[in-house]
Write a protein that binds this ligand. Structure first.
Ligand code: ZN
Ligand code: ZN
Length: 351
């Protein structure tokens, strides 16, 4: 019955290796997609290593998927055979709760169905992601890739891109706003590009002196070394908005102090408890807001792709042969990639 191939981890220690498996037969609202490219996200590593204790093995990761439509079900209205399309972090949701009705399916009250390691709402099978030659997805969760975009470099927009774009749009970043972007990885470098394109004056916060030149190349107007107390002190009360892409625990207090009165700090990377404790007075005393944001809904995901085409924004990528995926994970753990690996799925066809 196997009708697809891909790369999967069989256990938390196994690393990734080739696998054959079955994709479902298309339902009436399904789009069948031959995958050309898939970005490699840090979340993939967490699932492969079972860092969060929720991985169902075997796991086929990948939620930054770009491909071409090979077939559509009779109810499909928006996609046609031959279209270049994308699939991001989710492939289904309840579709009727207030969040879904507002096109914010990622906040579905019943929980979105993740592109991999999710549970299919129809048959309760486990979903398999984009490190694969093909995928079948309901059309609501498939977006169009504008012709102007390089399809490989567009792949990471479906996770890294939308994750940073959504809060910048939601909080109405506009020309003249002073925006800080914390962290200069896959998410951070996209955040800098979007904030710039929205007209903001952008400051990149990084721990590492070595990233200063690179941050300016990406479009940051200023760079602050976050471990330099004098620089952080000089930044007090200057920012309207802080986009925090750091994926691990870090001290938020110096950043809260860097916000103006009424400023907003949004977490998009960290899921762990906040340590050290927050100085609530820094929030209360200046009516500052601390919040979080998860990827983006489907209409917003289409919007960010169109925005990228309009503003000539793509992710900086390094193309990857899928046979080198385990080495790529090791390099990512060292922070040794600018800024996203994207698997060229032609290399899977050679396996
Ligand atoms: Zn991701
Ligand atoms: Zn819902």
């Amino acid at each position: 019955m196997a009708n697809a191939k891909g790369y999967a981890a069989e256990s938390a220690e196994s690393g990734l290796a080739p696998i054959s498996f079955e994709r479902r037969q298309p339902r009436p609202d399904d789009v069948s997609i031959e995958i050309d490219y898939c970005g490699v996200c840090h979340t993939d590593i967490h699932f492969v290593q079972n860092d969060w204790g929720v991985t169902e093995f075997p796991v086929v990761p990948g939620h930054e998927i770009i491909g071409r439509v090979t077939a559509v079900g009779p109810e499909v209205k928006n996609h046609s055979v031959g279209d270049t399309v994308g699939v991001g972090c989710m492939v289904d949701s309840c579709r009727t709760c207030p969040a879904c009705e507002s096109g914010l399916e990622q906040y579905c009250s019943e929980g979105m169905t993740a592109t991999y390691n999710g549970v299919d709402r129809h048959d309760e099978s486990i979903t398999y992601g984009g490190y694969s030659d093909r995928i079948v997805v309901s059309e609501r969760f498939v977006v169009k890739v504008p012709e102007k975009l390089d399809p490989a470099a567009a792949a990471p927009i479906l996770c890294a891109g939308i994750t940073t774009y959504s809060p910048l749009r939601h909080y109405g970043i506009k020309p003249g706003d002073k925006v800080g972007v914390i962290g200069m990885g896959g998410l951070g470098h996209m955040g800098v590009k979007f904030a710039r394109a929205l007209g903001a004056e952008v400051t990149l916060f990084t721990r590492s002196e070595s990233k200063v030149a690179e941050a300016r190349k990406q479009g940051a107007d200023h760079v602050i070394i976050s471990t330099d107390r004098a620089q952080m002190k000089a930044a007090r009360e200057t920012f309207d908005f802080m986009l925090d892409t750091v994926p691990v625990q870090h001290d938020l207090n110096p950043y809260l102090s860097a916000l103006k009165f009424d400023g907003t700090h949004i977490l998009v990377g960290q899921l762990d408890p906040i340590e050290p404790p927050l100085q609530a007075g820094a929030l209360v005393g200046r009516r500052r807001v601390l919040g979080g944001s998860l990827i983006g809904g489907m209409p917003e995901t289409q919007e960010v792709l169109d925005f990228c085409a309009e503003h000539d924004i793509t992710c900086d990528i390094e193309m990857l042969d899928i046979r080198n995926i385990n080495e790529a994970y090791e390099r990512m753990k060292q922070g040794d990639v600018k800024y996203r690996f994207v698997i060229d799925m032609k290399t899977l066809r050679a396996v």
